[in-house]
Design a protein around this ligand. Sequence first.
Ligand code: NAD
Ligand code: AKB
Length: 314
Amino acid sequence: MGKIMVVGALGQIGTELVEALVEKYGSENILATDIRHPSQVLECSFEILDATDSSRIDDLIANYDVEVVYHLAATLSAKAESNPLGSWDLNMKSLMIFLELGREKRIKKFFWPSSIAVFGPSTPKNNTPQRTVSEPNTVYGISKLAGERWCEYYSEKYDVDVRSLRYPGLIGYKSLPGGGTTDYAVDIFHKAVSGEEFNCFLKEDCMLPMMYMKDAIRGTLQLMDADSSSIRIRSSYNFSGISFTPSQLADEIKKIIPGFTINYQPDSRQQIADSWPSSIYDEEARSHWGWKREYDIETMCKEMIFQLSQKVES
Ligand code: NAD
Ligand code: AKB
């Protein structure tokens, strides 16, 4: 078997994905890469890589005999608004490099994440279906929608085995988020376990689709393991976990940490959140390759608080 390369491996998802891949395939089969150095030693090989540097990518693919790529490097929604052209450049240029490698049959399988950000203000908000009006009004959302179209194009025209999920906001205790609109749902736990008040940058009743990271990683590996014939959507799958508002999340946290307090100071990220769906309908992911979420808001909160409290204690 050739190796699996993770690009943008030190970010919120990459940190947990690399761990899961090492556990599943063995450390000798995984190559983690990122534009920055890791803050601690990884359990697998690591190389510095700028995801827009095609000749460096060529070298790593050849030197490590890479067959499968998970491409996670991107600028997320909130950060992208402050640097539209730079974010477009990273998000699109890097994707096209890997799709071309797929066309040339130099990689066999390719994972690229899309987002609920492909939807926009004119999209139906509740139980948003797989196929619907999609008019994103953020740089990030426009790049994800264009990326989805390119993935489907390369699959249909060049038989590239590309697989993708429209991740909702992801919540985990092992890593911190990197500039998104859903980041509050991770930050809130860190404040709660440290006994601090939380200033929420979204309104108390802003309902967004979210998912516990363990579910997201399990779903990602399940999608990548599925028989190619069952992957009937090559743009990106709707992928649903849990929907809640900041105030519902705070109430759930208060059940475990009764003294926890939250206040609301919505900023420019509220406008981004207002353009996204409240909940996602993912019948296709469930029926095509068997997706099923395990965590609800209660089990997620219990595990987040337990794990983060242990970290604080140690
Ligand atoms: P992140 O910002 O936490 O991590 C991105 C990583 O990419 C960072 O480690 C960063 O150092 C690295 N990076 C930045 N520029 C790079 C470059 N030029 N070359 C190589 N590496 C570079 O992001 P994440 O939350 O882990 O998201 C990963 C992917 O999943 C992104 O495509 C994102 O759009 C998508 N996604 C994430 C979420 C979420 O809630 N985390 C939700 C939907 C979609
Ligand atoms: C963000 O908020 O930008 C991400 C996402 C939902 O794509 N978490």
